[in-house]
Structures are given as structure tokens and as C-alpha cells.
Write a protein that binds this ligand. Sequence first.
Ligand code: ADP
Length: 783
Amino acid sequence: MKIGKSLYAFLLLFCCLTAVGFANTQPLAKKGVVDLRRQSFFEKIPLDGQWCFYWHQLINPNDTTKHNACIVDFPFKWNGFSLRGETLPSFGYATYQLTVLLPSKTPPLSLSVPDAYCAYRLYLNGKMVAEDGRVSNTPEGFEAHWQNNIVDVPTGVDTLKVVLQIANFVHSKGGISKSIVIGERRMIDLSRRRSEAIDLLLTGCLFMGGLFFLGLYIFGNRDKAILLFSLYSIVYSYRIIGVNNYELHTILPDISWYVTIRLEYISLFAGIGLFGLYTLYLYPRDIYKPIVYVIGSICFLFSAASAVLPPLYFTQLINPFLIVTVFCLVFIPYVYIKAYRNKRPGSGYALASSFSLMVVFSISLFHYWAIIGPLQLLNFAGYVSFFFLQSLILSHRVSFALKRARAQAEQGLKAKSEFLSTMSHEIRTPLNSVIGMSHLLLKTNPRPDQVEHLDVMLFSANNLLAIVNDILDYNKIEAGKIVFEHTEMDIASIAGNIVAGLQNSANDKGIGLKLQVDSALNNKVIGDPTRLFQVISNLVHNAIKFTQAGGVEVGITVKGQTEHDVTLSIWVKDTGIGISKDKQKLIFERFTQADSSTSRGFGGTGLGLAISKRILELQNSTLQLESEEGKGSTFYFIQTFLKSIKTVEQLKKEDNLPKEDNKPFTGIHILLVEDNPMNVLVAQKFLQRWGADIDVAANGLEALNKLDISKHQLVLMDLHMPVMDGYESARNIRAQGISIPIIALTANLPGEIQLKVKEAGIDDIMVKPFLPDELYRKVLHYI
Ligand code: ADP
């Protein structure tokens, strides 16, 4: 309904404009004379009306002999005109004559003379004042050219004898189709300059807009609609300065008429074709494709014809092409309305632009039929709003595509992290059993050969665990899910533990492994011990891995300290294979190793350094490297930590745990809730070794039934179980007002489930596969 009303309003407006065009109150020439003696010349006056016309004669203005004139309606194209029973051809030459009666006193006057088909010479009172191309009565002497001229009217005359000689030997039309206009010189000049300014501005807009969209296509998402629109803008920008006012011919006066006429027609045909195709790619589901293909083919054929045929032939294509243009004028808005109804992206703008398009096309058409003047300002506004609205459609389209791509990427990322999380659960659970059982077997006095086998098994299982953890970690860091702990930690003892833990590996390779701690470091600091452990042990691991002789040194140096914080340089130095300069940046990328043979020679995934680097970056530190190929490497980072109030001495006292062998859990009853029998076996074996009594429940519901607060001091609760999961079971326990400590057993990473665990009233998390030491400490802490 709204659309109908708007269309109605548009038609009404257009009829008014047309009426304005028709309302010509200016005097017309009669029998070769126009009387302007009572005119003010403030408005431009077209010298239209009855002119004398001399076919096949180029009359010299000073020639006084009587010639046979006929009267024609100026502006007059002679082709097809019937003169004394003869139909005039397009090729030929003629003279037009008009006498203008002027007031005795006038302000300085000028004539604005348009282009003619296809060369003219203009005389005023016997003097030649303008020439466009070369007029001749033979094709050989003739030369076509199109340009607008402004000619000064001689001053102090009351009669103006206008003689216009026109010749054509190239175009399918002959004569002149636009009015010669007379007016005050100032105003004619101004109006001309205004037209040129508008044309140049519009060309600039279209051309630059076209280039911008071309760039967007080349460097962007290769959307064909964008490409076609950019080509359309560029092609059409030519039409603004290459047609009508012919500014291009003023800028490049030597350009051949044969080139410009071809460009004029090609830009028209190709422009419409490109726009049709653009609409097809813009709203493919709202358009009847065969129509566009037909229009496109016609445009292509006509363009090709304009490129190769002589102008006499291709200039005749304009009339049949008008049908195509008028059809597009109806068809394209129809497609836009359809797209709007189907709620396509940016179709609101498309609909609005079709109104502008109608204004522009209608002005061009009606002006071509000489029904209205050029209405340049309205035309300009129409063009600018049309191109602006089209740009909005494309911008909308680009941002729509980006949004969709982003949503898809986010979905993919989510799927990836869900997949990894499931995988981690699935892989870690059986690993839990393998590692747990290996530990257990090692503690049951195995034979020396069995110890060796068990060590290999434990080593491989731990390796596998490290890889799974690395992949998970990297994924987590990338997804921005990493949360750092802020707890008290003793950096020296963390480094000490790492060195002690890896001493055997170093010994096996026959290299030294030393720790050097600055004696100025005597405070615990606040930080994330797990992450720090991960970074240092990564570096030490690598150092040992890539060193065949010499040794590895781990050091902590105090770089500076205040009352509240301490800045430490933590470094790992080796005398290994080193890293060449060109590889030094590369190795911090994920899955990248300095040498592709590395993984074959030394193993590894290429993730360790990438993870360590990100972990440090997220804590405002940078992992740095100094290395020389063949001589060794030093990896180091400088980080500032807040100091804790506790000293290292106090910490050592706190860490004095009772010995495992003394069965410190004797008399303690623990409820173990776990559905996986292997996990039950592992946990049970350890806990029983330490003296605890274990009751087992296979799911959350069974746990609720089995829990006896007069007996149990701790619940170890798996989270993923059939019947009732760990969260619900814990919530039920808390709902009954029972405050017994509950430790969750999970293969997930703590960060992922922390919130949910807290909400369920669970006190702590043990990540599976658990290290016996960690299980021992945690249980001890809660009992
Ligand atoms: P991975 O060790 O699992 O391959 P990293 O990210 O830890 O992955 O290391 C990436 C690469 O950096 C290694 O493959 C190796 O080429 C190089 N690199 C790391 N540390 C050292 C070192 N201390 N000496 C020599 N090369 C090293």
C-alpha cells in the first residue's frame, strides 16, 4: 500500500516537472525571423521555431543571391525528412538561417551552441564565430567533432543574422537536435560553468566510488555484486563527462570523434547490462534469471557492435535500445520491491534507490525526446542519491556477510572446544588408570626388570598426558578462557622441584642440571604456581631435550625489589644445539619446530613454546631468547610479582607433611563416588595404602544413600556419572545441611567447571589422572 502511494506521488511530481518543461512561453521564430525586441534576456531564450533550411547547400553568409529555402522547425534533424517528394538521407550537408531582431539596447549577450550531427560552422552577421569539426560538401573534407561552444553576440546591433552550416558523413542522424540558446553573457557563462562543475563532481563521485568498490572486491570477499557495481559506476562515470556537455572533449581536445562516439555508446549499452547483472547477483532469488540473461546478451551484442561497426550502423541501435532501457526502468524496481517483500538484506535501500533511478532515467529519456530541459540539479541529486543508496546496500551486504561468517566461526570454535573437551575427558579417564596402576605397581616392590618396563610405561603415559594437556591448554588460551590463580607460591621451590624431577633425565643423557637461586629472594610471592611450573618445566624439558653435551642451568635472579614487589629474571640456559637467527621468531608459533627433522629426532608437538609465550604475555611478561646455533640457548623472562607476607621459612614448616608409609589415614572413612571401575580401583588402592577405609558408590544417587555423616569424613565425587551426576548429588548433600568436605574428581580442566562446582557446594577439584602426591595432599588437607 505504502509503495503504491509513493509511486503515485512520484508520478505526480514527474508530471508537474514535465508540465514545467512544456510550459514554454518564449517567442518562437516565424518564417526565419524571431523577434526578441521585447525580451529581457535575463532568462535563457532558445532560438527555436521556423528557420530557413537549404539542403545540399553551404551558403556563404555574404552571398546575396537568392536561394531556394524551405522552412523547418528548429532544432531540426534532416534524416527522414520529406523535401519536395524526396526523403533526405542522413549523409549530406545544409545551411540553416535565422534572423534575430534584438532591442536597440541590450546587456552583453552570448549564444550557447550545442553539438550537431556531426560538424558545424556558425556565422553571426557574416563573420564566422564558431566551428566544431570541419564542414564540407564532400566526405573527404569533412571531419566530425562534438563540443559545446559559447559565442559572444556582437554588441550594438539590433539585427543578428545567424547562419549555421552543418555537414554529416558518418552518423545515422544529420542536422541538429538541441536548441541554440541566447541570453545575458554573464548568465550563460555561469550556467555553463555550473553544468560543468556538476558533471565533474558527479564523475569524480562515481569514478572514485567505483574504484573503492573494485578495491573492496579485490581485497575483500570477492562478492560478484560488488564487482559489477564497481564496473557499472566506472563505466557510467564516463557518460557524465563524455556525453551531453562533452567536458572530456574540452579536457582532451585532440581525442578522435570515432573513439568518443564508440565509448559513448559502449558505456550506455554496457552500463545497463552491468546494472542488470548486478541486480541479478544482488537478489538472485527475486529475479527471473532468463530476463537478465536476455538483457545482458543484448547489451553485450550492442556493445560489441559499437566497438567494431562504423558509426552509421551502431548509432541506429539507440532506438531499439530505448525499449531495453524502458523495460529496465520497470523491471529493476519490480525486483527491488520483490526483494523488499522477501526481506532481503539492504532491500529497503534498494527500493529507495529505485525511485532515484526512475528520476534519473526519466529525466534522460524525456530530455532525449526534448520534452523537458536537462534538469541538471535534479538529475545530479537523483544520481548521487541512487549511488549512495546502492553503496548502502553493498555495505549492508558486506557487514551482513561478515556477521554471518563471524557467527559461523564462533560456532565452529565452540564445536572445536566442545570436541576437545569431550576428547580430553575420554582420553584422560583411561590414562588415569594407566598412570595410577603404574604408580601402584612401582610401589609394590616389583622385580628390577619389571621396574624398567613400568618406568617405560609410565613415561609414555605421562608423555601422552602432556600432549593432551598441551592441546587443551593451547585451545583454552586461544579461546581466552584461561584464568590465572593468585595464590602464595615459593618460586625457588617450584624451580627446585622441576630440577629435582628432571635430574634423572639429565643424568641419563650425561649432562648436568643445576639450579641457581639468588640469595636476595626470601619471600613467597603471589602468582599462579601451576602456570609458572608449566612454563619453567617446558623450558627445562626443551633444554635437556636439545642438549647432548655440557649442561643445563636454571636460574632465578632478583632484578629489583621494593617493599611490596619483586622483579625476577627466570632463565634456562643450555649448551645444546642452539637455534639459528632466522628460526628464532618462528619457534614461538604453534606447531612450529626450528627444523622439521626435530620431531623425528627429539619428538614434541611444537606447542610448548607457543603456550609458554602466551601464558607469559597474559601476565604482562615476554618470553625471550638468546641463542647461537651449535653453542646453546638461553630462554628467559622477566616478571614482577607481589610479595606475600609469609616468608619462605614459614612455608617450609607448613609443608612438613606426615610420611605416607606411616599410614596416616588410618581410621579415616572416605566415600568414593565413581562409576568407572578402573578409576575406583586406582583411587581405592592408593587410599587404602595410606590407611583409609573406602566405601564405594557407583553414582550420585547411590552416594546419597550410602553417605553416613557419623562415619565418613570426606567424599571423593566423580562429576560425570549415570543416574545422578556429581553436581546434583553434591547439591542434594548440601541441601540436607551436611557440610562434609567434597572433592570433585574430573577429567575436565578446573577452569571450565569451576563455577558449576562452586554452585553445587563442592570444596575442591582433583583433575584426573591424579598424581598420588596431589591426592595425598588434598585428602590430608581436608581431613
Ligand atoms: P616441541 O619441543 O614440542 O617441539 P616447543 O614449542 O617447545 O615444541 O619448541 C619448538 C621448537 O623450538 C623445538 O622443536 C625446537 O626446534 C626449538 N627449541 C626449543 N627449545 C630449544 C632449545 N633449548 N634448544 C634448541 N632448540 C629449541
